[in-house]
Design a protein around this ligand. Structure first.
Ligand code: TRP
Length: 376
């Protein structure tokens, strides 16, 4: 029996979110993403709006080399291919799982510094914060009407974040932030969302919201196109001790760290006492992680970095990694330091982005009000 995709039938369909644990689904997402990458190469300059892209970061602290390798470099690459780029500094997402806003102003300023130093150009890329774009936030209200509490509660990323939040009760914002993230993505009609694997459930939720909005409120017209994930090719990077990167464990190399701080961090990195350096992610995860980091900066497979080090042992490995990180980041760090001396420029880049995002969001909200019969 074929039923029309009513809200209830979609919401109670087998959960697509948990399916992301199955590698077949993830492999399918990767395949789609690879095709998308090829399409961008082919057509971005002739049809930029078709490939409008939005992605973002939570301003919870400084960006580290994992952010740089997995996402920042790629954003700049896409911008330079002619893709219309939006980057949200997701300040309202900071308070999903903690009790205070922390150093919000400084964290936001730090993100903008890293964006600009990495090569995002405020004339071409719209950099903005949630809190400065009221019309974006307002989209969350009609969007909330399109989701059920059951589907929000089974979002695996929300569940993971709740589990990691020190026994805090589930706040209304943590439960519903995937809907707010849908507003980030849909307010500018973005088609491409570069994300890591953990964000795929949110993208699936966003696609459902776009579909349901079009069906329920827009008589089937495509007011919101369904966006696609562009998955990062970069494997999950660990901290210098071979465990998950975490500020409190002191195992992170930040973009703003000096060359000396970086060298000290790598000197203290966990390795082993075998002289021969080999790339063996299962047997020698900490060594493999360092080889992966060096390989990504040098644009070289980790196996070949290992071969070059040969019998150089931990010391040889650390020398290669330190040089790879520091030389690759020297330009970024110098530009960042220059920009930091001109805070007025950094602020004006953000204001310009906020204003541009505000205009786009106002236009989208006007359309939403019109199709919902709410233009009075
Ligand atoms: N949730 C993302 C993260 O934690 C950040 C983010 C906010 C985002 N809004 C977004 C990513 C929209 C992609 C699209 O990293």
């Amino acid at each position: 029996m074929s039923t029309s995709p009513t809200l209830t039938s979609i919401a109670t369909a087998p959960t697509p979110a948990s399916a992301y644990d199955e590698s077949a689904t993830y492999a399918a997402a990767r395949d789609r993403s690879a095709v998308l990458d090829a399409l961008i190469d082919e057509h971005a300059t002739e049809d930029p709006a078709r490939f409008r892209m939005l992605t973002g970061d939570r301003p919870t602290g400084p960006l580290h080399i994992g952010h740089y390798l997995a996402s920042l470099r790629n954003r700049v690459r896409l911008q330079d291919k002619g893709v219309e780029t939006f980057v949200v500094i997701a300040d309202y997402q900071v308070i999903t799982d903690r009790d205070s806003v922390g150093e919000m102003g400084a964290n936001v300023q730090g993100l903008v510094l890293d964006y600009l130093a990495a090569g995002l150009d405020p004339a071409r890329t719209t950099i903005f914060t949630h809190s400065a774009v009221p019309a974006l936030n307002q989209l969350m209200l009609p969007f909330l009407s399109l989701v059920t509490d059951a589907e929000l509660r089974r979002n695996p990323t929300v569940k993971d974040e709740l589990a990691l939040s020190d026994g805090r009760p589930l706040s209304g914002l943590l439960l519903t932030y995937p809907v707010h993230q849908a507003a980030d993505i849909l307010f500018c009609h973005s088609r491409i969302v570069p994300v890591g694997r953990d964000q795929l459930p949110h993208l699936e939720q966003t696609r459902a919201i776009a579909r349901r909005f079009n069906t329920r409120y827009a008589a089937g017209h495509s007011v919101f196109p369904e966006p696609e994930a562009l998955l990062s090719e970069v494997p999950l990077l660990l901290g210098t001790d071979g465990t998950k990167m975490s500020k409190s464990k002191g195992n992170v190399i930040n973009l703003r760290d000096s060359a000396d701080e970086t060298a000290a961090r790598i000197r203290a990195a966990r390795t082993d006492s075998e002289r021969r350096i080999t790339f063996d992610p299962n047997g020698r995860p900490a060594v493999a992680n360092l080889l992966t980091i060096a390989g990504l900066f040098l644009d070289e497979p980790p196996e070949s970095v290992a071969e070059r080090i040969g019998d150089g042992g931990a010391q040889g490995l650390k020398a290669v990694v330190t040089e790879a990180v520091n030389e690759s980041l020297a330009g970024h760090r110098a530009r960042r330091a220059d920009l930091a001396r001109d805070p007025a420029y950094v602020t004006s880049a953000l204001h310009e982005g906020n204003a541009r995002a505000g205009e786009v969001a106002e236009r989208t909200l006007a359309t939403v009000r019109a199709v919902m019969g709410m233009s009075y």
